[in-house]
Design a binder for this molecule. Structure first.
Ligand SMILES: Cc1cc2nc3c(=O)[nH]c(=O)nc-3n(C[C@H](O)[C@H](O)[C@H](O)COP(=O)(O)OP(=O)(O)OC[C@H]3O[C@@H](n4cnc5c(N)ncnc54)[C@H](O)[C@@H]3O)c2cc1C
Length: 385
């Protein structure tokens, strides 16, 4: 038997997050985008709402939600603003997730309660200037100084979300810690507090998209952290990174789904109000069919994404479905936002209309957490190519 219904709690959560997003985020989204400003106020409010640590056990200050609920939350934020959704998605999947899933009890007790309250923000430093899709090409390295019982990190990271604003508290960093028996790089992940000596973060400016989210370059110059800040065991970094990206892809999928839903609703409303040749433009079959196609693709995207989340909730393998959902939801939003601008005509090209922002914000979804080309590579391997 297949049950497609959401629980009462999940429906209530959707309503609650939608109301918050419409009242507390939507009115400021255009202005923050234009000014390229990260909003500490909105982030704090999202923390108070329990948007960080959504899937973390209440034992550590989280909400203890299932993964579909978490995805609904990100989807509803993305329905009005990709930037705020990015802050929440990166904070949960990339920052909090690795500590929750791979950290020891002491690390969880130390970091999770403040992260879950949104008092501090977290991110994941994987990408480097010369190691993007090829994340195993990491050059940043960490050496244990046994005398002082500290790891000493050197290197840099590129395009890291959530790590250069006044709330930034911690970043998970992947670094080379030696060579494996087969001569490959041995990778490990570390919890690096943003006030660690030798750590510097420089904000990146002039982004095309997610302009109200915080993106930075990170520098580690003999950056020292306690020996106990390694996540799990030495050499487990590559496995941890792959697992983190699997979960992260569901977040990116939900941003595509929510963004597509938002752009679709804007286009539908505009097409009902805008009159040309004496009638609303949606009464032209050419426009009505575009909207019908958008609705179909959004429905298909939602089913694919929720199925992947359902697999994760039930402890079943979800790597293939997660990758498919990330790719498909991102591409659906691309097609939907493109047609939403088209339906707005010349007005759709103006910054006063939200579809222009949706159109730009979508592009990151084809690139972040594994580009569309890499997703097709992953999926083709799963299906036996
Ligand atoms: C706003 C923003 C936020 C980000 N946040 C984070 C973050 O929080 N943490 C983090 O670690 N990273 C983050 N990233 C980095 C992002 O994940 C990378 O940009 C992405 O993985 C791609 O890497 P790259 O930009 O180096 O592109 P490259 O890997 O250089 O790819 C360039 C092109 O080549 C293609 N390509 C590469 N290899 C192959 C192949 N084998 N087969 C076919 N095609 C290939 C790619 O698909 C792409 O089209 C962020 C990026 C941005 C822009």
């Amino acid at each position: 038997m297949i049950d497609y219904s959401l629980t009462d709690e999940q429906n209530f959560l959707r309503e609650t997050v939608r109301k918050f997003a419409e009242n507390e985020i939507a009115p400021y989204a255009q202005e923050l985008d234009r000014e390229e400003k990260f909003s500490v106020e909105i982030t704090k409010k999202m923390g108070e709402m329990g948007f960080f640590g959504a899937f973390v056990s209440p034992k550590y200050g989280g909400q203890g939600l299932d993964y579909i609920s978490y995805i609904i939350m990100v989807e509803e934020i993305a329905r009005v603003d990709g930037s705020q959704a990015a802050t929440v998605a990166a904070g949960n999947s990339l920052g909090i997730g690795p500590i929750y899933y791979f950290g020891n009890e002491e690390q969880k007790q130390k970091w999770l309660p403040r992260l879950c309250k949104g008092e501090i923000l977290s991110g994941f430093g994987l990408t480097e200037a010369d190691a993007g899709s090829d994340a195993g090409g990491t050059l940043t390295n960490a050496v244990l100084d046994e005398r002082k019982n500290e790891w000493v990190i050197n290197g840099s990271k590129m395009f890291i979300t959530n790590t250069s604003n006044e709330l930034s508290g911690v970043v998970i960093v992947q670094a080379v810690t030696g060579k494996s028996a087969k001569g490959r790089k041995e990778l490990s992940c570390f919890i690096v507090p943003t006030d660690a000596p030798g750590f510097e973060s420089r904000k990146l400016h002039d982004k095309m998209m997610w302009r109200a989210s915080d993106t930075s370059e990170l520098y580690f110059d003999d950056c020292r952290i306690p020996a106990g800040n390694i996540l799990g065991n030495k050499g487990e970094g590559f496995k941890q990174m792959l697992q983190t990206l699997d979960g992260g892809r569901l977040s990116i999928g939900s941003m595509g789904l929510g963004g597509a839903q938002g752009a679709f609703e804007k286009a539908l409303q505009y097409s009902q109000e805008r009159k040309q040749f004496g009638k609303p433009i949606c009464k032209n079959q050419a426009i009505a069919f575009k909207l019908a196609d958008m609705a179909i693709e959004i429905e298909a995207a939602r089913n694919l994404l929720y199925k992947a989340c359902w697999l994760k909730n039930n402890g079943l393998p979800y790597g293939k479905e997660g990758s498919m959902a990330k790719l498909y939801c991102a591409e659906v939003m691309g097609r939907v936002a493109n047609q939403a601008v088209q339906i707005h005509g010349g007005y759709g090209l103006m910054k006063d209309y939200d579809v222009e922002r949706f159109f730009r914000d979508q592009k990151l979804l084809d690139i972040g957490e594994g580009t569309s080309e890499i997703q097709r590579l992953v999926i083709s391997r799963y299906i036996g190519c």
